[in-house]
Design a protein around this ligand. Structure first.
Ligand code: ARG
Length: 252
């Protein structure tokens, strides 16, 4: 191999090295990757600013590391796990479910939110979609690379459902609203939030499909995961975590 090629091969392989606390502190910036279409966890406000439960937790992690938080919007399909494993972001928060499969390639923080996969239907459920009775022949939307897509492949497809895969969760919601699909699989708090923000337009149908826990994703074996755990443990103990739950998730 020519020296120049050898060098670039070395550089390429070293970019796969886990981002460390020391590296983040040296650059003074923690880069968060997130798919901001998922209220109340991550979304863009009318002013174009990122906000949500996950964003506030990410800010606390950066604060405790003594660095600035930089936020990049990445579609979920690219975010998990490629953006994390390739080191394009230092961490990902996007209502990411901790799974054994994902944990083979990324390191997760401790669980920070208990959630569930549910069916989102049009308000009033005019198509009368019910789970588990009505799956056969129904078109059900899922977001690419999400646990919703995985559980739908395992449980709904064998029952005769037709799956439609969306890169963009918001596009799936638009199709539910327009009646183009019977249901979209999403995370429980997103439906509650939709019902609050857009009264009458969306509803949940049937029981939850699967319970799950969210975690913050880091490059495999990065010591940033332990740093995030220290922040989460502290926030859970000092009431900051509960304040964020009340701000973003608890229904008033
Ligand atoms: N909890 C699901 C998963 O981890 C869906 C997350 C989708 N998040 C988003 N910001 N679109 O697969």
């Amino acid at each position: 191999m020519k020296p120049a090629l050898l060098l670039s091969a070395l550089l390429l392989s070293s970019s796969a090295v886990a981002t460390t606390v020391a590296q983040v502190k040296a650059k003074g910036v923690l880069v968060l990757g997130t798919d901001p279409t998922f209220n109340p966890f991550e979304f863009k406000g009318p002013d174009g600013q990122f906000q949500g439960f996950d964003i506030d937790i990410a800010r606390a992690v950066a604060r405790d590391l003594g660095v600035k938080l930089e936020i990049r919007a990445v579609g979920f399909g690219a975010l998990m796990p490629q953006s994390v494993t390739s080191g394009r972001v230092d961490m990902a928060m996007s209502a990411i479910t901790i799974t054994a499969e994902r944990a083979k390639v990324v390191s997760f923080s401790q669980p920070y939110y208990r959630s569930a996969q549910v069916f989102i239907v049009r308000g009033g459920n005019p198509g009368k979609f019910a789970w588990p009775a009505d799956v056969k022949g129904k078109t059900i939307g899922v977001q690419a690379n999400t646990t919703g897509q995985y559980v739908a492949g395992d449980v709904l497809k064998p029952k005769g459902a037709v799956l439609k895969v969306y890169d963009d969760f918001a596009a799936g919601l638009a199709d539910v609203r327009a009646g183009r699909i019977a249901a979209l699989i999403g995370d429980a708090p997103t439906v509650t939030d939709l019902q609050k923000r857009l009264p009458g337009q969306f509803a949940q149908a049937g029981a939850a499909l699967a319970a799950e826990d969210y975690g913050i994703a880091f490059a495999k074996n990065s010591d940033l995961a332990a740093a995030a755990n220290r922040t989460l443990t502290k926030m859970k103990a000092n009431g900051e975590y509960q304040k964020l739950l009340n701000k973003w998730i608890v229904q008033k």
